[in-house]
Ligand binder design. Structure first.
Ligand SMILES: Cc1cc2nc3c(=O)[nH]c(=O)nc-3n(C[C@H](O)[C@H](O)[C@H](O)COP(=O)(O)O)c2cc1C
Length: 446
């Protein structure tokens, strides 16, 4: 009997398909359990800890630069890095920011807990610390991480590079160190953020003219080219034309308040004023002087630290004022995915003048996509803040958390700190840390 070549070909194809399926299933399982797919043991780890996405973005650029120089890398969030994996790696580059008052980004909390004594003598490392010297504890987390690595016998490849408020020179220095690792001398400089051309299409005041606060505006923009993709939690970077004699662009960041499905990008911007009453450069331009139809330089930065959860757990969304922006994108994402267990706690000033986005939010409540909508007003009779409301609702908060809820907080730093203190009281500081480490408590505060 002779073998039929067509049959053989079919059999071979079936085996290849079967192997591919096994591979796919294994990869899916790895993703589901949170394991990262295996990487080459000699891969250079590129580790980021980021609160608003900048360190994460630079980590991606670092990975690309190393790959272009022929070096295998594994990109990983510090929150997902185990001490064993670190101890087994030959080389790791850390890109970490500092947030709060000298604190580590939320996603790094799980690692901080594991930062005990460890033999890291097989590891060489570099640290890029992002910070802003107008804060008292400049680059505090990057410095602490650097100390910890040195204390545990890891060998620095070069001195820690500190970046003050995105300063280009320091970032270029980091690139130079990467070129020394790859041996490349021809790598192009990382360009400053390349904005895309958009235009302002609509501006609408959300609070009443008699509000005790400044105007809160919904700003709508559309791209001149293709609509890019983004997710709830992402950040819009805007190049604001600056006053004559200054550098051509002031750079400002806003939480994105819409989704690509809306076919437009929306922001919620409060007009800020300086001590002399003059409108702020960026907020004044966006809310007052930029003409409808005028061009706006804009790019969207991915901010995974504020992305939504996997699956469909209940979600508590807490914010005040312009913080509604980041929460609104999440509510839209959840509505599109038909996840109805959403509880919005929204702070504003006066009940008579600041009931912002009422038709939209009430529709959400009527349709059941917002299970609870609690508006909290700080002025008028019995003024309260969101943190007071959380304390009033402590039992319900605990109940939602017991049901597996995630918490997202968006808004000004002072509100974020007050909410954090209230949650620590309600849930216990340790449980709150635990939620943070598990990505169930996420913040976008500015
Ligand atoms: C709410 C807030 C608090 C911050 N606190 C500090 C600080 O204590 N020390 C510091 O050096 N930088 C601080 N920064 C500046 C950030 O580290 C800096 O903007 C960094 O580029 C952010 O990187 P990321 O987007 O990766 O988180 C703070 C920034 C924000 C928004």
């Amino acid at each position: 009997m002779t073998a039929d070549p067509i049959r053989w070909a079919w059999a071979a194809a079936a085996v290849v398909l079967w192997l591919a399926l096994i591979g796919l299933v294994a990869l899916r399982r790895a993703r589901k359990t949170g394991d990262t797919p295996p990487t080459a043991p000699d891969a250079t780890l590129v580790v980021f800890a980021s609160q608003t996405g900048f360190a994460e973005e630079l980590a991606r650029m670092t990975t690309a630069a190393l790959n272009a120089g022929g070096i295998t890398t594994a990109l990983i969030s510090l929150g997902d890095l185990t001490a064993d994996r670190l101890a087994a790696a030959p080389r790791a580059l850390f890109l970490v920011s500092t947030t709060g008052e000298g604190d580590a980004p939320d996603s790094a909390l799980a690692f901080m807990r594991r930062m005990s004594q460890r033999d890291l003598s097989g590891l060489s490392f570099g640290v890029l610390a992002l910070g802003d010297s107008s804060y008292r504890s400049f680059c505090a987390f990057g410095r602490a991480l650097d100390d910890w690595l040195r204390t545990n016998a890891a060998r620095p490849l070069f001195d820690r590079v500190e970046v003050d408020n995105g300063e280009v020179g320091a970032i270029r220095h980091w690139q130079h160190q990467l070129n020394r690792i790859t041996g490349r001398t021809d790598a192009p400089d990382w360009a400053p953020p390349a904005y895309a051309p958009w235009r302002l299409i609509k501006r609408e005041r959300l609070n009443g003219p008699d509000s005790p606060g400044e105007g809160l505006w919904r700003i709508a923009l559309e791209p001149l080219g293709d609509l890019p993709d983004w997710r709830a939690g992402d950040i819009a970077e805007i190049g604001v034309p600056s006053a004559p004699g200054q550098s051509p662009h002031a750079h400002r960041e806003y939480s994105v308040a819409s989704l690509p499905a809306d076919r437009r990008l929306e922001l919620i911007v409060r007009l800020m004023r300086g001590p002399d009453g003059a409108p702020g450069l960026a907020s004044g331009w966006l809310t007052e002087t930029c003409a409808i139809g005028a061009p706006v330089d804009l790019r969207i930065r991915s901010n995974s630290a504020f992305h939504g959860p996997e699956g469909a757990p209940p979600m508590i969304l807490i914010g005040a004022g312009s913080g509604l922006a980041g929460l609104r994108a999440h509510i839209k994402e959840r509505q599109a995915a038909r996840c109805g267990a959403n509880w919005l706690i929204l702070g504003e000033r006066h009940p008579a003048h600041d009931r912002i986005l009422t038709p939209e939010l009430e529709t959400g409540r009527a349709l059941g996509t917002l299970e609870r909508l609690d508006r909290v007003f700080s002025r008028g009779a019995g003024g309260r803040y969101v943190q007071d409301h959380l304390r009033d609702q402590a039992d319900l908060v605990r109940d939602w958390i017991a049901r597996g809820a995630v918490i997202h907080v968006c808004g000004a730093v002072a509100m974020g700190a007050a909410v954090h203190a209230a949650l620590a009281e309600i849930l216990g500081a340790e449980s709150l840390d635990d939620l943070t480490a598990r990505g169930r408590y996420r913040r976008d505060v500015y």
